[in-house]
Design a protein around this ligand. Sequence first.
Ligand SMILES: [Zn+2]
Length: 356
Amino acid sequence: MYFYMPTKVFCEKNCVMNHKEELCGLGSKAFIITGRHSSKKNGSLQDVRTALEEMGVPYLVFDEIEENPSVETVMKARQTGLDAGADFVIGIGGGSPLDAAKAIALMMKHPGENGEFLYRKGSDEAYPVAAVPTTCGTGSEATPWAILTRHELRIKGSISHKIFPALALSDPGYLRSAPSSVLVSTSVDAMGHCIESYINTNATDYTRMLCEKSLSLWSKGKEVLLGKREAEEEDLQNMMNASTLAGMAISHTGTSLPHGLSYYLTYEEGVPHGRAVGIFQAPYMAAADEAVRGQVLDKMDFQDMDEFKHFMDELLGRIEIPAHIQERAVREMLQNHAKLVNCPYPVDEVVLKNFF
Ligand SMILES: [Zn+2]
């Protein structure tokens, strides 16, 4: 067994201000990577600005990261960061800015390389990255993964390099202003990370321990996700912890079929990542070993698959997937070695067609 988690993780209220020394110890000029809106609304960007200003560390903000960020955006930001002379990167937001921050830190360290380098084997050296998550799904603050959109292939895909953040500063208070649709989508993503990590060729006692704890924390918020009660402080803390723990698990196992299939829905139909991942969880579990499936259901506090399916339908609703997208997803998934090897049961065309 093997366990490697080099990110220093703090998860608490006022996390950024509490750990401003650690944040500012990463370099002498910060390059802040974020999206256009949410980090301004939830206070995370202002917290990071204040922390840097109080410590006398200069910074530049790049707030043009779109949902499902593209290689082109990463390359544009790389140039901005290099021109500014920044030597560490702070990603603030959901999975999109955090993943982009990793790719930008990598490309800044390799100024002579073009965008193809992201998808080639080579040095993983990057400028230090700090991650400030403001959603509860990606787990990117505790993973080495970065998923970018590749328009030339009409798909999302993980870069070839592993970039763990040096520091994760996770404040559940940032979830307070998130719309319920974002809480649902991102929480379902975290749940999916656990299911795909638990039912996985690479699962170990260590990763299953992380998934079990994550799923039991996740299960406490089911009524909040369904809109049956308001989220309390403890719920937000549980959701944030569940997401980070799930991130640590997939750092070791990777994800499998549901994530691989979801990218087609997101790219072609604009379905948010968590929702796209969520609809494939029941079929992924249904084809798995019965005992392992039972353990997953037990941790999520569901009696059986019927109860789980009913919950997911109520939460996500139905998504119609056009036939040509289904066919492409099945065809290309059968060639997607990286996701197939993580699946512990045999996969063929018939198995995949059952996912739709
Ligand atoms: Zn995901």
